[in-house]
Design a protein around this ligand. Structure first.
Ligand SMILES: Cc1ncc(C[n+]2csc(CCOP(=O)(O)OP(=O)(O)O)c2C)c(N)n1
Length: 204
């Protein structure tokens, strides 16, 4: 296998890609009513822009909760694959969740991490990952062995396809440009919750 096929690039030589493009690619690979839980702000704005699926959940207001919520769904519905989409700033606020994911080790959980090195939505203040922290190394250190930087778009596709087969938990990190999200999620928490619960088959 080449380095590219194994996702074995580092934070600094991974290609800078676009979050909406990658979100579309990821959603395009979902064929089995997989749940997708997107974190505050741009992660969920770009998921929203890919079109509504009843299995999508959009976190509003609090940073760092996409992965904990996705972990809960993955444990509750082990037959369903669950994907968390989270920004670097939000993950940095809730790093402990990686250790909890590793400890519970749900095979059906994939984390896509959008690392743009900034808190983009609040004014582009730099995050620690812009200079010091390597979130893939942190994820591996937390115990998620299947953690990798996506070298480029093809590698991202390959890593997603492999993760969706179910040998998780997996974390796929992508370096992301500073383009704004392409849409804005409707801020209707009750509707978001109700539709998601129906999408998961736990509410009529
Ligand atoms: C607990 C908490 N602290 C601060 C905020 C304000 N806030 C909302 S989004 C955000 C930045 C999110 O950064 P990141 O997850 O990297 O996503 P990006 O905006 O870069 O897409 C901040 C600081 C918040 N909503 N909740």
């Amino acid at each position: 296998m080449t380095a590219k096929q194994t996702g074995a690039v580092g934070a600094h030589n991974a290609k800078v890609m676009n979050r909406f493009d990658l979100t579309k690619k990821l959603v395009g690979q979902l064929k089995r009513d997989e749940a997708v839980v997107a974190g505050i702000g741009n992660a969920n704005f770009d998921l929203w822009a890919t079109g509504n699926r009843p299995q999508n959940f959009y976190m509003l207001g609090s940073m760092g909760l996409a992965i904990p919520i996705a972990l809960g769904v993955a444990i509750a519905q082990p037959q369903r694959h669950v994907v968390a989409l989270e920004g670097d700033g939000s993950l940095l606020m809730q790093l402990g969740c990686l250790a909890t994911v590793a400890m519970r080790a749900p095979k059906n959980l994939t984390i896509a991490l959008w690392d743009n090195g900034i808190y983009q939505i609040t004014g582009a203040q730099p995050t620690a990952s812009a200079s010091a922290a390597d979130l893939v190394a942190i994820s591996r250190g937390a115990g998620i062995a299947n953690s990798a930087w996506a070298a480029d778009e093809d590698d991202f596709d390959h890593l997603v396809a492999s993760a969706l087969k179910g040998g998780g938990p997996s974390l796929i990190a992508a370096r992301i440009d500073h383009k704004p999200a392409v849409a804005t999620t409707d801020r209707d928490p009750v509707q978001i919750r109700e539709r998601f619960m129906r999408g998961l088959g736990v509410r009529r």
